[in-house]
Design a protein around this ligand. Structure first.
Ligand code: C5P
Length: 288
């Protein structure tokens, strides 16, 4: 009698996810808080400019990246997210991740925060979706102010440090160009230059209403301090405005701008990327 032996192959769990950038359609700073952060009110929107991350389990954490400029140690938000997931769940696992970097950094596009949110989503999927999305969003706030936003469906009115989220229905698809100067800018330095008393007292709830009514008003209270730190940014904005776009606005704390319109900008000394708004459905991650 012959017996057939069945060799068990090890199960390799591999997951590849897009990790998209964001822009701020308006960004209002309301004041400085006792903890040193600023109270803000902003309409955040995910866009289809994406990194891509491969995840698999391993005996210990390891991270590689297509861009040699990205730190691969514990300061990287992918590894911070893995640490947080372990700490909160009590699970022990090693994460092997490879980041294919497309989103420019020090750009106000939330690339690092998006990578962290994508990692939390991936780890939750790899563990059978054991954690509810609301809890995952709460944890995300511990990594950085913008991280929880990426766990929404792509459009949200964010307040507090940026971690208090109100879901907003998808906005009409809009053609954009992202313009990122070759230099970046430091977020803490931009906030450090901000004089809250000098800002216009616009009501962000009215701005939100205007967006929902299809009469958007684009503004960013961080442009003033960023322009005084780096006057080249003001020149770049003026140059882009002269090209006839419906709007040109710095995203987050800069140094990138988004231009609303279909025609590509002609600029020197900057990277240019086409983009459009991106939303996800309730139970799946962002795809492009
Ligand atoms: O939370 P996150 O690490 O992204 O913030 C980076 C820096 O940006 C903070 O250290 C702080 O200087 C500034 N910040 C702020 N108010 C916010 C968000 C960020 O002052 N709402």
């Amino acid at each position: 009698m012959s017996s057939r032996s069945v060799r068990e192959e090890p199960v390799v769990f591999l997951m590849k996810l897009s990790s998209p950038a964001k822009i701020n359609l308006f960004l209002r700073i309301l004041g400085k808080r006792p903890d040193g952060y600023h109270e803000l009110a902003s309409l955040f929107q995910v866009i289809d400019l994406c990194d891509s991350i491969d995840f698999s389990f391993s005996d210990k954490d390891s991270l590689t990246c297509s861009d040699p400029g990205i730190p691969l140690d514990g300061s990287n938000l992918i590894l911070k997210a893995a640490d947080l997931f372990r700490k909160k769940t009590g699970l022990s696992f090693g994460l092997k991740a490879h980041l294919d970097k497309k989103i420019p950094f020090m750009a106000g596009l939330g690339g690092g925060s998006s990578n962290a949110a994508t990692t939390l989503w991936a780890l939750n999927q790899m563990h059978g979706s054991m954690i509810g999305l609301d809890r995952l969003k709460q944890w995300a706030g511990e990594i950085g102010s913008d991280v929880a936003f990426f766990l929404t469906e792509g459009t949200a009115y964010c307040t507090g440090r940026g971690e208090i989220l109100e879901d907003i229905p998808s906005l009409p698809s809009t053609s954009l160009w992202i313009v990122k100067p070759w230099f970046g800018i430091s977020t803490p330095k931009v906030y450090g230059k901000l004089d809250v008393g000098s800002l216009e007292r616009r009501d962000p709830k009215i701005s939100l209403r205007q967006f929902l009514d299809g009469e958007p008003s684009f503004y960013n209270d961080l442009e003033g301090p960023a322009f005084s730190l780096m006057p080249e940014l003001r020149n770049l904005k003026e140059q882009l405005l002269s090209m006839g776009y419906k709007a040109v606005l710095m995203s987050g704390s800069g140094s990138s701008f988004f231009c609303v319109g279909a025609m590509p900008p002609k600029v020197e000394g900057a990277f240019v990327f086409p983009a459009t708004f991106l939303n996800r459905s309730a139970y799946s991650w962002y795809t492009i």
